[in-house]
Design a protein. Structure first.
Ligand code: HEC
Ligand code: HEC
Ligand code: HEC
Ligand code: HEC
Length: 438
């Protein structure tokens, strides 16, 4: 064989092996499907009952009860207050519930208990708050439609026994993946996507995307809405909110700066979708619920936690780099994100303080003050979009860095505009704000 031909044949062989690997990864790694047909009756939500038919999945689900920090240093399953490490949260969320209680999230079995215990809600809070916390949403929505959303939470509590369990993601008859949250189905419909026609690969992210997203409650009805009509990028969602959809002007009025603020809620799906892995079609489940083996059986791990606790099963099926390299890469991204997030948060807090002071001065320029408020609203949205996201930058490092950079710039512009409104010079504002941020 001459060299050219050898090269061509080698290339074909390599391409074939590559394609075979991709097919094998989904086909061969997929667990043997001998468990279907257990036929759990509809309305049976107790995970222990499901667990009698699916013991391996149940046993791994039970691991979600363990609480431990992430080995990478940021995430983790501990119920700790974010404001300990980021005191700027107390300023930025002043006047609303997150200023009182904003704990790190933990495992799915705790969602309902945490909902009942958080100081952010009372029995009078809207029923909409339970949408992503319990499997009983399914029956309650079937019975009441969206009217459950404005029913007081206290009236619905007696009907809620189980947290996020098997039924949130599986049809009991077929064990196929399903989406229970109507808000996700409707938001996708408005984007022209019919969930019923989703592929298995897509469902492996949609089941998570039904809850791990940004949302708001429509005024009057409290219906849960995902602000995706213009797109899933933070800038597109900000533009969507700018139109005051169905009279929704914001989540609360900040008492110091008097700005109508938006509160971002864990936009994991939106951040992931534009990142390297999201674009490559790698699902949430690939990393967070990897295939594992036990006594010769292959199954999907239902321990939904930081993938950095099991790099070998989460990352290494696709990456040949060493576990140390992968851990170091994640830590670097997270450290860089944390540093800019903290800077952005503090700069935003400073802007609230400056606007809060300037607005009480006599003879100020109203138009400059309005400008400052608009800049601050956007700066905080960009900061919060990252701060509320769960992966400390990993799901989409380049977007996160860009958004935080814009947040810092917008917050400085807000401070400058507020100082102009109060007739203060730029030099003075720079000196003051630099001192505060250090
Ligand atoms: C947060 C969503 C979620 C919850 C909650 C959940 N599952 Fe799953 N489950 C999945 C996903 C995703 C897969 C992979 C399906 C696929 O790739 O087609 C899966 C797969 C399975 C399978 C197929 C075999 C396998 O291991 O891949 C069984 C059986 C199963 N789950 C049982 C359970 C049981 C029992 C519970 C409750 C104790 C449960 N699941 C809770 C998402 C979930
Ligand atoms: C029904 C809504 C819902 C669904 C479906 C759901 N989650 Fe969650 N998830 C939550 C809530 C709520 C929490 C926080 C629970 C708490 O701290 O009380 C959470 C927490 C988590 C955590 C943090 C756990 C920890 O150890 O800190 C991870 C990781 C996670 N979810 C990933 C996923 C993935 C991946 C999927 C899809 C396979 C998924 N979730 C599906 C609502 C959901
Ligand atoms: C390529 C792998 C990968 C994919 C795909 C992925 N994640 Fe993650 N996720 C991570 C890593 C890595 C972290 C950071 C874990 C840490 O800090 O220890 C993380 C963190 C999280 C956390 C916080 C966990 C904690 O311990 O606090 C949640 C929640 C989460 N991801 C949900 C999702 C959802 C929902 C999707 C899909 C829309 C998704 N992830 C897609 C790798 C992935
Ligand atoms: C299902 C396959 C798959 C899994 C699982 C997976 N990755 Fe990836 N990863 C990819 C692909 C594909 C790319 C795109 C670049 C490439 O071709 O190498 C990528 C790119 C990356 C990059 C470089 C791009 C970036 O976003 O910075 C890092 C870092 C990375 N992955 C880390 C991880 C870590 C950490 C995990 C486990 C938590 C993980 N990956 C899990 C397939 C995967």
């Amino acid at each position: 064989m001459n060299k050219k031909r050898f090269a061509a044949v080698s290339l074909i062989v390599v391409l074939f092996l590559g394609a075979a690997f991709v097919v094998a990864r989904t086909a061969v790694f997929k667990p043997a499907d001998g468990v279907k047909g257990a036929k759990i009756p509809p309305g049976e939500y107790d995970p222990a009952v499901w667990g009698r038919h699916y013991p391996l999945e149940y046993k791994s689900y039970q691991r979600n009860l363990a609480m431990e920090p992430s080995p990478a240093g940021y995430g983790g399953s501990m119920k700790i207050q974010h404001s300990i490490r980021q005191p700027e949260i107390l300023t930025n969320f002043k006047g609303m519930a997150f200023g009182k209680d904003y704990a790190e999230d933990r495992g799915h079995p705790y969602a309902l208990t945490d909902l009942k215990e958080t100081q952010r809600i009372t029995p009078k809070s809207p029923g909409a708050c339970m949408t992503c916390k319990t499997v009983h949403l399914i029956d309650i929505y079937k019975e009441m439609g969206w009217s459950y959303a404005k029913t007081p939470l206290g009236d619905l509590f007696p009907r809620m026994k189980h947290s996020i369990v098997c039924g949130n993601c599986h049809d009991p008859a077929t064990m196929d993946l399903r989406v229970a949250n109507p808000a996700f189905i409707e938001a996708m419909q408005r984007r022209g996507v019919d969930i019923k026609r989703a592929t298995r690969e897509e469902m492996r992210s949609y089941v998570c995307g039904q809850c791990h997203v940004e949302y708001y409650f429509e005024p009057e009805t409290s219906i849960v809405i995902f602000p995706w009509d213009k797109g899933l990028h933070p800038e597109q969602m900000y533009a969507y909110y700018g139109d005051i959809p169905k009279g929704f002007a914001g989540d609360w009025l900040h008492p110091d700066s008097q700005v109508q603020m938006l509160k971002a809620q864990h936009p994991d799906f939106e951040t992931w979708i534009g990142g390297t892995h999201g674009k490559a079609g790698i699902s949430c489940v690939d990393c967070h619920m990897p295939y594992v083996r036990e006594s010769g059986k292959k199954y999907t791990s239902h321990w939904v936690t930081s993938p950095m606790k099991h790099i070998e099963t989460s990352c290494r099926p696709c990456h040949s780099q060493t576990p140390e390299w992968l851990m170091d890469n994640v830590k670097t991204t997270q450290n860089n994100t944390w540093q800019l997030q903290h800077t952005a948060g503090k700069t935003v807090a400073k802007a609230h303080e400056v606007i809060g002071k300037v607005r009480l001065l006599p003879n100020i320029s109203r138009s400059d003050l309005d400008k400052a408020r608009e800049l601050l609203r956007k700066a905080q949205w960009y900061w919060d979009f990252v701060a509320a996201e769960s992966s400390m930058g990993f799901h989409n490092p380049s977007q996160v860095m860009n958004v935080l950079g814009q947040s810092i710039d917008l917050a400085h512009q807000a401070i400058a505009a507020a100082n102009r409104a109060g007739g203060r010079t730029i030099d003075r504002f720079m000196a003051d704000s630099m001192q505060q941020i250090e």
